[in-house]
Design a binder for this molecule. Sequence first.
Ligand code: PLP
Length: 404
Amino acid sequence: MYKINTNYQKLPGSYLFSNIAKKVSAFSEANPQADIIRLGIGDVTQPIAPAMVAAMHKAVDEMADAATFRGYAPDLGYDFLREAIVSHDYQARGCDIHADEIFVSDGAKSDSGNIQEIFSQDNRIAVCDPVYPVYVDSNVMAGRTGEYNPQTQMWSNVIYMPCTAENHFVPEFPKENPDIIYLCLPNNPTGTTLTRDQLQEWVDYANKIGAVIIYDAAYEAYISESNVAHTIYECEGAKECAIEIRSFSKNAGFTGVRLGFTVVPKELVCDGVSLNSMWARRHGTKFNGAPYIIQRAGEAVYSAEGQAQVKEQVGYYMNNAHTIYTGLKEAGYEVYGGVNAPYIWLKTPDHMTSWDFFDFLLEKANVVGTPGSGFGPSGEGYFRLTAFGSHENSVRALERIKAL
Ligand SMILES: Cc1ncc(COP(=O)(O)O)c(C=O)c1O
């Protein structure tokens, strides 16, 4: 008789966004005339820019010709893309990262969920609270998180590092030493980040206690302040303790075409075993390569034309972020984020819970956002709006919120 992985049954409730979708569809069924503005899910809305589209068209034509057809891609990624990543994202920033440390994938969600597989079951993880739920949930599935307490909404074997207005969204070093530290910077959902000096302290801490940092930099393209690192490898000693995960979803609008990569430096060695070799083995066994057509589009992101177009798109969303941030301030809200990230994080008024504020905003303004409590217990009392909508909708949503 087979047995299932009972860790899956420990996962509480259904995924945050399916709960939101259910509430929104119930509301729109009951109010068919309501013009709902969605500033909830972190999905982009602008079309893929011309340089990337042209690269995909060209690659499709190559696939249609026997002379240029490509079958399975190399599991770790095509050299043309790995070289472009290394030169633009790392060497241009003075970081000594090489192509054989880059693992091209189908996106940061898979990588941030899968990376825990190369670590032992008895590692203790630490996460910022609130944060992107994939880190905790993937460790729940792997049986690493202990028991769930529905009252506190915490797992017994997870170290939570609260990031709230009280500590300016800067996680403090935990009292107990973690083995694996997840850092998502700029952070989803708070839109806040650390300065380069603050990040350096985390790198020093990880090296001191022998922990590994899983650094999710999916929102790197949105960094606007010069004292914020674009990659953790700008910090000294990071190659000895950090794995970095990146995505083409939010900078180039690839949420639907799927492309990302993970950096595992050769210096990352545990008890004489190279994590780079382990991840190569894992990738080779369980992943058959990102599509050629999409990797060519990824290469085009790094062309001069692609860079200009991607910058313009990020600028478009950041203009929305500014509109939302300043509009909320004018309406009297306590607001964070929106400067180095496409997320705006607000404190709910009058001590409303995150879900109460969700209902209030949906009913009174027909605006959909995301309850902060869905990202961790310290997200309670906060709410996330995203800048990924159209500019027109961002303006309209804020007009409605101001009129409440
Ligand atoms: C922090 C973070 N990491 C990863 C992802 C997923 O990225 P991808 O589309 O590359 O899978 C998201 C998506 O919202 C995210 O917020």
